[in-house]
Structure formats: structure tokens, C-alpha cells
Design a protein around this ligand. Structure first.
Ligand code: FAD
Length: 265
């Protein structure tokens, strides 16, 4: 295999190349192991596409592709959909103008020092955080979709996607345990952003030092003080998070204006 070229990047930014590569992987590789979608899986996939079509803060051709996929899924009178039909649409076989999703894996903020490290799982976390922040910034975006007026909409939809489709099944089981414990206590969009941040740190803590850790990207409690000094406090000699600052930081970091288009087509 050709050596991958290291790409310069700024860890205080989110890269659209990671989000698009993640969607490419999800729609063309991860989903391909399901020959037909039906029943609960089909409902889960439809809700997932609803969330990304309405909330993905992407380039116009990608958003148009997601919106077209959603319209097609919603209008279809079938209760079973062959994966190949989804793939034809994602590949734009009908040649509808102005819609396109990259078919390359171009990892930037999610590049790993070895092929088995980081990459897609990193991009799925990044997508997930980006979507919770978009839901908080644009609470009306899900109007008339059946998912509106629900502060848990993104969390519950991603939970079901991860449970049914995420290729790392062990990850899915771990995530489900955390979700069962406390996801239903989330009542506002801001709490959803913070819930996901907290649980991601729980995962980081569990995985620190594990074989899946990229030595170039050690698992930490995030954001580190260099990224957000105000997020960290000391209370009676012990470390504490300032959650108000963390929330503001997450909204900035995963907000649309912090997503860099560098390395995208
Ligand atoms: P990641 O943890 O993937 O994080 C990506 C980026 O998000 C980081 O580079 C950082 O910029 C940012 N970030 C880090 N922490 C936070 C935070 N708390 N809040 C917001 N942003 C943050 N692997 C396993 O081996 N076992 C598991 O059980 C497991 N469960 C997983 C469950 C889910 C839902 C997902 C999506 C992945 C899971 N993984 C699991 C994979 C693992 O969490 C990492 O994604 C993978 O090891 C790659 O790590 P990474 O260094 O790229 O950082």
C-alpha cells in the first residue's frame, strides 16, 4: 500500500474532510453489510438520514444529496429497501445536477499514525458532536419531521444508528450501557451537547492506554487546558470542569464557522 502522506492540521479546528469521509464510509462501506433494510433497521436509517439531511452543516452538493436521499426514503411506499438502491442514489446514478458526496477517504483531524487507528470512529464522534451542536443552534431545523420538540432527537437517533449499524459492535454495547443509564434524563438541547461530551470523556478514560490508542493521539480528558483554559477549575485542590465554559467551548469548536474546508474537493 502507498504510504499515507501526513497532513498538516490544527487541532483547534474541525475538518469538513473528516465529516465527508465519515459519511462516505458510513453510506458506502458500513451500510453495505446490510443487503436489505426493513423493519426497525429501516426506521432507524430513515431517522438517521432525517437528522443529517436537516442538520449537517455541509457544502451544498452534499446537503442536496442528503435531502434527496431523505425525500426518496420518505416517499417510498416500500417496507423493504435493497441496499443497492440506496447506493445508486448516493452515487447519483440518475445524474441529478449539483449533488455529490466524495468517494475518497481523506482523514485530516482524524488521520492516524497507522491505518487501523482513528479514522472512521473518530469521524463518527466528530459528526455526532457537530449534530448535537447544530440541534442546539437551530432547534427548529427538525420541524415537521416527527423528531421535532425532542431535545433527545439527535442522541436517540445516533444511539439507534450505533446499535444497529456501527461496525464496532463492542463499542455499540458499551454505548448502549451509558445511554440506558442517563440519556432519558436529557431535557434541553444544551444538556444533550454536554451529555455527549461527558460520555465521550468516559470512553476516553476507559480506553486510555488500550491497544486501540494511537500513540500520537493519547486519550485525554477533553478539551485539554491548552484548548480551553477557562473550562478547567480547581475546587478545594481538585480538578473540576466549568460546564458553562465547556458548553460555550463545544458550541464554538463544533459550530459551523469552525469547520475548515481544507482538503475537501
Ligand atoms: P476520538 O475519541 O475518536 O475523538 C475524536 C476527536 O473528538 C478527538 O480528536 C477530539 O478532537 C474530540 N474529542 C475528544 N474527546 C471529546 C469529548 N469528550 N467531547 C467532544 N469532543 C471530544 N473503541 C474501543 O476500543 N472500545 C469502545 O468501547 C469504543 N466505543 C465507542 C463508542 C462510540 C459511540 C464511538 C463513536 C467510538 C467508540 N470507540 C471505542 C472508538 C474510540 O472511542 C475512538 O473513536 C477511537 O479509538 C479513535 O480515537 P481518537 O484518538 O481518534 O479520538
Amino acid at each position: 500500500a502507498a504510504a499515507t502522506v501526513w497532513k498538516e492540521f490544527d487541532k483547534s479546528k474541525v475538518y469538513m474532510a473528516d465529516l465527508e469521509s465519515g459519511l462516505h464510509f458510513l453510506l458506502r462501506i458500513e451500510l453495505a453489510s446490510h443487503q436489505t433494510l426493513e423493519g426497525k433497521e429501516l426506521e432507524t436509517f430513515k431517522d438517521f438520514v432525517t437528522v443529517i439531511a436537516k442538520l449537517f452543516p455541509g457544502q451544498q452538493p452534499v446537503v442536496k444529496l442528503l435531502e434527496t436521499l431523505l425525500e426518496w426514503l420518505v416517499s417510498l411506499p416500500l417496507d423493504r429497501i435493497p441496499y443497492d438502491a440506496i447506493l445508486d442514489l448516493v452515487n447519483n446514478k440518475m445524474r441529478i445536477s449539483g449533488m455529490y458526496l466524495t468517494n475518497k477517504l481523506e482523514w485530516v483531524g482524524c488521520q492516524g499514525s497507522q491505518p487501523a487507528l482513528r479514522r472512521y470512529p473518530c469521524s463518527l464522534w466528530t459528526l455526532f458532536h457537530t449534530l448535537t451542536v447544530q440541534a442546539a443552534e437551530r432547534p427548529d431545523a427538525l420541524a415537521n419531521t416527527g423528531l421535532e420538540e425532542n431535545a433527545q432527537a439527535v442522541l436517540q437517533t445516533m444511539r439507534r444508528y450505533i446499535g444497529s449499524f456501527f461496525g464496532c459492535q463492542e463499542c455499540g454495547r458499551h454505548f448502549e450501557e451509558m445511554a440506558k443509564e442517563s440519556m432519558d434524563q436529557v431535557t434541553t438541547h444544551n444538556e444533550a451537547v454536554l451529555w455527549l461530551w461527558r460520555k465521550h470523556n468516559t470512553v476516553n478514560n476507559r480506553l486510555a492506554g488500550a491497544l486501540s490508542e494511537d500513540p500520537q493521539f493519547p486519550k485525554t480528558q477533553w478539551p485539554t487546558p491548552d484548548l480551553c483554559p477557562a473550562c478547567h477549575e480547581e475546587v478545594e485542590g481538585l480538578h473540576a470542569w466549568n460546564e458553562k465554559e465547556v458548553l460555550a467551548f463545544l458550541k464554538r469548536h463544533y459550530g459551523a464557522s469552525n469547520i475548515s474546508p481544507k482538503y475537501t474537493a
